[in-house]
Design a protein around this ligand. Structure first.
Ligand SMILES: Cc1ncc(COP(=O)(O)O)c(C=O)c1O
Length: 355
């Protein structure tokens, strides 16, 4: 594969205060770009100063939404190493999304190497405060200047980096979730399993309305019968009922989360029964009534584990585990974050060393 060309900035930015990073507000000094041209493949990989993109107003991504993205993190360990968490899985998911969006495939291992190179250039940007990390946002956009619906012939693969603060500053806080009765996010056969901007655009209205009612996120139900549980905002969802852990099976309308996959592997390694299947919202209501619903939590790169303290559906409030974090949620959170930050031995071989 081609060597990455590097052009370094002459005007490095002043780095933000690590105690007030928030999420997605600051961007590092450089970005990675690679072009695709039909007949030539991916070419001209380069690390260049972070700057606005110059694209044609007719670029197809702006009109027809042909784009995909990813989200992952790099972590600084206490002993000065930099670790990535299962980066190949993110790049494999790029290709799953690409396939659905008619975007050409990428070389998984090469793209992981490109991301590592960019992180090495930006290593001084990786925050070191507990819980902080460097968020990595790879994305691909269709760049042909053309009006008319068809797959593009030219694309850009771009990676930007953003130092982000600890998700939980004052301990893990269970969230209140609104079970969405009207809007739907995706249907089987659609693009729900792909990480593509359209899915997020489709979710905004429900999210705004849930927030107005005092809820953090919505729990999506299936788009046909509004009966089966799908996922929560930007997280997959798990329920602990009796001695079994349940999560919706991947049927084409939800994202196959990497935290979801890791949670399942971890729970199984602990000898717990994990079942992936279609789950109705009624089952959860019934389990809550008969006292067998012990815990509910979301999984995703941003929070890792987000305990659900309350569900709201059709005028009924369903409190879960008295609004407190449950022991299993805490165990998964501590183990995954411990492995990510290098504090716990990575017996699963999930982490990759950047340097
Ligand atoms: C819609 C959706 N579901 C689930 C997830 C969780 O996926 P992951 O664990 O790979 O971050 C995300 C976040 O990427 C998401 O956007």
């Amino acid at each position: 594969m081609e060597n990455i060309k590097k052009v370094l900035t002459k005007n490095p930015k002043v780095k933000p205060d690590q105690k007030h990073l928030g999420f997605g507000d600051y961007f590092t000094d450089h970005m990675f770009i690679m072009d695709y041209t039909e007949g030539k493949g991916w070419h001209d990989p380069r690390i260049v100063p972070y700057a606005p993109l110059s694209i044609d107003p007719a670029a197809m991504v702006l009109h027809y939404g042909q784009a995909i993205f990813e989200g992952m993190k790099a972590y600084h360990t206490e002993d000065g190493r930099v670790l990535l968490f299962r980066p190949r899985k993110n790049m494999e998911r790029v290709n799953i999304s690409n396939d659905r969006l008619c975007i050409p495939q990428i070389d998984v291992d090469y793209c992981v190497e490109c991301i590592k190179e960019l992180i090495k250039v930006e290593k001084d940007w990786i925050p070191t405060e507990p819980g902080t990390s460097l968020y990595i946002r790879p994305f691909i956009i269709a760049t042909d200047p053309h009006l008319g619906v068809r797959p593009a012939n030219t694309y850009q693969f771009i990676v930007i980096l953003s130092p982000v603060g600890a998700y939980y500053k004052e301990g893990i806080n269970p969230v209140k979730i609104y079970v969405e009765p009207f809007y739907v996010r995706a249907v089987k056969g659609g693009i729900g399993f792909a990480k593509t901007p359209g899915n997020y655009a489709a979710s905004l209205k429900a999210q705004v309305e849930a927030k107005e009612k005092g809820y953090t996120q919505v729990l999506w139900l299936d788009g046909v019968e509004k009966k089966y549980i799908e996922e929560v905002g930007t997280m997959n969802v798990f329920f602990v009922i009796g001695d079994e852990v349940l999560t919706p099976s991947l049927e084409g309308s939800i994202l196959a989360g990497i935290t979801r996959m890791s949670t399942i592997e971890l729970l199984k390694s602990l000898g717990l029964k994990v079942t992936e299947r279609r789950i109705t919202i009624q089952e959860i209501i019934d389990a809550n009534k008969n006292g067998t619903l012990k815990e509910a939590f979301g999984t995703g790169t941003a929070a890792v584990i987000s305990p659900i303290g309350e569900l709201y559906m059709d005028g009924t409030v369903i409190p879960i585990n008295e609004g407190k974090i449950g022991p299993l949620s805490k165990k998964i959170y501590d183990t995954i974050t411990g492995i990510q930050s290098g504090k716990i031995e990575d017996t699963f071989h999930w982490t990759t060393l950047v340097e």
